[in-house]
Design a binder for this molecule. Structure first.
Ligand code: IMP
Length: 190
């Protein structure tokens, strides 16, 4: 189903329509399931949940509302895309975590794993601080692109190798607020 949202002038793929690939209903249902699984696994523990900015802010916010355990939150901000639709190949740390995670149970929450470069960077950064345990959740995963080097404990959805927006994900900073996941419908090119 097309969303009827046309990419504005001045953006990559301008004039092309966005295509809904995961509905807002399915997004919420899957987040709830992951929340239940995390709650079960961390009963009697107080994990630190680290959101990866900017893209993971909505997933993180919804996920923690489905947890029925005690938890703490922190954030890290990295960048590998700049304003582009392809990874630059290098990851920059824009804001580090502020919590002391040594000896703590850590869950890193990502929006999407594309090449997996960010994930590798995050794993290295977290392991430097010797957490007691370290797990990763990502809302989206592109199996055709991602290198499987880092184990991911929770994947919301596997998706095809297409650029997607919505639910925190952006195209040059727009579309983060869309409640579902939308791909650029290149078939719609005139
Ligand atoms: P990776 O390092 O290549 O795995 O890329 C991870 C980061 O790139 C994500 O956290 C996103 O911020 C961004 N990214 C990757 N694919 C997409 C996409 O399809 N839409 C929007 N952002 C993306």
């Amino acid at each position: 189903m097309d969303s009827g949202i046309i990419i504005p002038e001045g953006y990559p793929f301008s004039g092309i329509e966005l295509e809904e690939i995961i509905s807002p209903y399915l997004v919420q249902k899957r987040v709830e399931e992951i929340g239940e699984e995390i709650s079960e696994l961390y009963q009697d523990k107080v994990p630190i949940i680290i959101g990866v900015l900017n893209g993971a802010f909505l997933f993180m916010a919804d996920l923690v509302r489905h947890l029925h355990i005690q938890f703490e939150v922190d954030f890290i901000k990295i960048d590998s895309y700049g304003n582009n639709t392809k990874s630059s190949g290098t990851v920059r740390l824009l804001k580090d975590i502020s919590a002391d995670i040594t000896g703590r149970h850590v869950i890193v929450v990502e929006d999407i794993v594309d090449t997996g470069l960010s994930l590798k960077f995050l794993k290295r950064r977290m392991e430097e601080a010797s957490p007691k345990s370290l797990r990763f959740a990502t809302f989206l995963y592109k199996p055709d692109v991602a290198s499987p080097e880092v184990k991911i404990d929770w994947v919301g959805f596997n998706i095809d190798d297409r650029f997607v927006v919505g639910y925190g994900l952006d195209l040059k900073q727009i579309y983060r607020g869309l409640p579902g996941i939308y791909a650029i419908n290149e078939d719609a090119k005139k």
